[in-house]
Design a protein around this ligand. Structure first.
Ligand code: SF4
Ligand code: SF4
Length: 157
């Protein structure tokens, strides 16, 4: 099954998707597309949208390819180093506010890339759960680790 998904940053609210959708699945007021009404991603809205704001996403993502243990370890180490460098970037003073912001964002993206490459595709809730459990196991005893937030997320997933 495929579903239409809207990128609100690209949407200009011209409502063309609203007119072409045969089931009324798209709502430009709330920005939502009702997956229960989407006809297996018929694409009418995707092709009609002038801003390229709608794309199709699969209902079930394929399982990520298994990675070797040593590769996962190396990627986790790399992600950890990005998080630590991010903490150092936070020490840059107000005079370097823009550089700090850019560095902060770039390190966050790099850390996310490492985690994804390690096999944890975060949009999948089962994989996210596994990832959070893994984080708790590794870093749970570190006072800076947000154990309560992670446990809450695990409960909610
Ligand atoms: S057609 Fe595209 S740009 Fe127009 S309202 Fe729909 S999603 Fe937004
Ligand atoms: S893919 Fe088809 S059914 Fe689904 S929201 Fe777009 S136009 Fe409607």
């Amino acid at each position: 099954m495929m579903f239409a998904s809207r990128n609100l940053r690209l949407c200009t609210k011209d409502c063309i998707c609203l007119f072409v959708c045969p089931t009324g699945a798209t709502d430009t007021e709330s920005g939502q597309i009702d997956a229960s009404k989407c006809l297996d991603g018929c694409r009418l809205c995707v092709d009609a949208c002038p801003g390229g704001a709608i794309h199709l996403v699969p209902g079930n993502y394929p399982k990520p390819q298994p990675k070797r243990e040593d590769v996962v370890e190396a990627l986790f180490d790399l992600a950890e180093s990005k998080v630590k460098t991010r903490a150092l970037a936070g020490a840059l003073g107000e005079d370097h506010r823009l550089a700090r912001k850019a560095l902060d964002f770039s390190l966050e993206v790099l850390a996310e890339d490492c985690v994804r490459e390690a096999g944890y595709m975060l949009p999948q809730s089962a994989v996210t759960k596994e990832f959070l459990k893994n984080l708790k196991e590794r870093y749970g005893s570190d006072p800076a680790f947000p154990v309560e937030a992670v446990e809450r997320l695990l409960d909610l997933l």
